[in-house]
Design a protein around this ligand. Sequence first.
Ligand code: ADP
Length: 212
Amino acid sequence: MSDIELNKRQETILQIVKENGPITGENIADQLHLTRATLRPDLAILTMSGYLEARPRVGYFYTGKTGNQLLSDKLKKLQVKEFQSIPVVVNENVSVYDAIVTMFLEDVGTLFVVDKDSILVGVLSRKDLLRASIGKQELASIPVNIIMTRMPNITVCRNEDFIMDVAKSLIEKQIDALPIIRDTDKGFEVTGRITKTNMTKILMRLAENDII
Ligand code: ADP
């Protein structure tokens, strides 16, 4: 990654590959008077972080990628399955009042609404519930399926989708969360949740070099 802290030996390896690549691990080790085994972790870090590329039977190449390119490559590879949270779901027949209570107790900003077969039928945001609370309505007797955003207008994602595509959806649709779903014969089963908070955590982890 761009701002990964390379140690002195890793810097030296980079220099050797820059000048002599393609070069085998064996040859790099010889130049440094070290064993191949000693170098293995350094070479692994340099290839995983994108500075070097390893080709079987040829050796190591210097990729020439700048910090920004490496960061961008890395971001584009991140997938939903690595960064999800647990979803909070309510049944479509629960009342708006109960949904409000659930939202507070579970400390989330978005609830996913499911039918009796646990299939996704709707989404409830904080503002949906606030809007329903305006006026003198009987919140305990209004079911959430009256006020929710319903299928097929729900933006979903799947485990193997890319985080950057989720970020794009969150921005373009101006929403806070996407349900992560699994396709079944009956419809979408909710398996997770990905939110703007997950995105912020990704940012922190990138800064802390906690994401390879
Ligand atoms: P809030 O309304 O509390 O600011 P959002 O921005 O997430 O929260 O929601 C805005 C609107 O979009 C709400 O009416 C909500 O039901 C709907 N919504 C939220 N998430 C989704 C989604 N994944 N797909 C479609 N609509 C959504």
